[in-house]
Design a protein around this ligand. Structure first.
Ligand SMILES: NC(=O)c1ccc[n+]([C@@H]2O[C@H](COP(=O)([O-])OP(=O)(O)OC[C@H]3O[C@@H](n4cnc5c(N)ncnc54)[C@H](O)[C@@H]3O)[C@@H](O)[C@H]2O)c1
Length: 253
């Protein structure tokens, strides 16, 4: 069940958190994995930890840079002869700021990484998948892509955008046999918040947003990686354009 034997997968943001878990899980299920990340140091550290029975090839690249994106696909071609699965996981957080406090710098960084980077990766994938009439994309959004008060304005907009890109692409390419789905995770134990937000200095508005967390659970990223495995596998053959919420019940509140 959920074998990825002989498949080639590209996973972005693979040097940390959820991306690393997905890369390892896919490789354990038989895939040859291209692990892409712009943090070269973290990528080198990951490389040194990969056991010899797994086929994972790291490549440095910034998904918000089109040349780097093309290089990630060229790497998959030269190392493994092509690509069958693309997981668009790389992402950055904003500082939980509402629009009135949002700087151009934070807006550009978050939108260029989360939304434009995912767009670049998807456009290249579709070109390849259309030719062979096969292939699947798993995007990583967030429950901030479904609701209005789970992050700042930039992150929320970027994740809503990823859900829109997913559904639109799933619609237009279903006859080309390309499946595109998106996971909306709740909170996970990863590095995404590290050093980004000074919780001692946040506004009352943000405090009230954080207080809606109620009985929120925090996942180990491996719990969300399992969802990515299902969506990437042939067992999900009739799942297309779906937003799969994996939040431990957080959005039931
Ligand atoms: N951690 C959470 O609570 C949470 C919740 C919902 C959704 N998510 C989403 O999950 C995904 C993975 O995040 P994570 O929590 O594992 O965070 P993380 O910070 O641990 O890992 C993200 C990785 O992406 C890489 N990255 C960032 N920008 C990049 C770029 N431009 N090009 C290439 N690589 C880049 C980073 O170097 C890092 O290795 C993100 O899309 C995030 O928005 C996370």
């Amino acid at each position: 069940m959920f074998s990825l034997q002989d498949k080639v997968a590209i996973v972005t943001g693979a040097a940390s958190g959820l991306g690393k878990e997905i890369a390892l899980l896919f490789a354990r299920q038989g895939a040859k994995v291209v692990a892409a990340d712009y943090n070269k140091e973290a990528l080198d550290q990951f490389k040194s930890q990969i056991s010899t029975d797994l086929t994972i090839s790291p490549v440095a690249g910034d998904i918000s840079n089109l040349e780097d994106v093309k290089n990630i696909y060229a790497h998959a071609q030269s190392e493994f002869g092509g690509v069958d699965i693309v997981v668009n996981n790389a992402g950055v957080m904003d500082k939980l700021e509402p629009i009135g406090d949002l700087s151009d710098e934070v807006y550009d960084k978050v939108i260029n990484t989360n939304l434009k980077g995912t767009f670049y990766m998807m456009r290249e994938a579709v070109k390849i998948f259309e030719k062979k009439r096969a292939g699947t994309i798993v995007n990583i959004a967030s429950i901030a892509g479904l609701e209005g008060g789970r992050a700042g304005a930039a992150y929320t907009a970027s994740k809503h955008g990823i859900i829109g890109l997913t559904k639109n692409t799933a619609y237009f390419y279903t006859k080309a046999n390309i499946r595109v789905n998106v996971i909306a995770p709740g909170a996970m134990k990863t590095n995404i918040m590290s050093g980004n937000i000074d919780l001692s200095n946040i506004s009352d508005l943000v405090k009230s947003m954080l207080s809606t967390q109620g009985n929120q659970k925090v996942a180990d990223p491996s719990e969300v990686a399992n969802v990515a495995l299902f969506l990437a596998s042939d067992e999900a053959s009739f799942v297309n354009g779906a937003v799969v919420v994996a939040d431990g019940g957080w959005t039931t509140y």
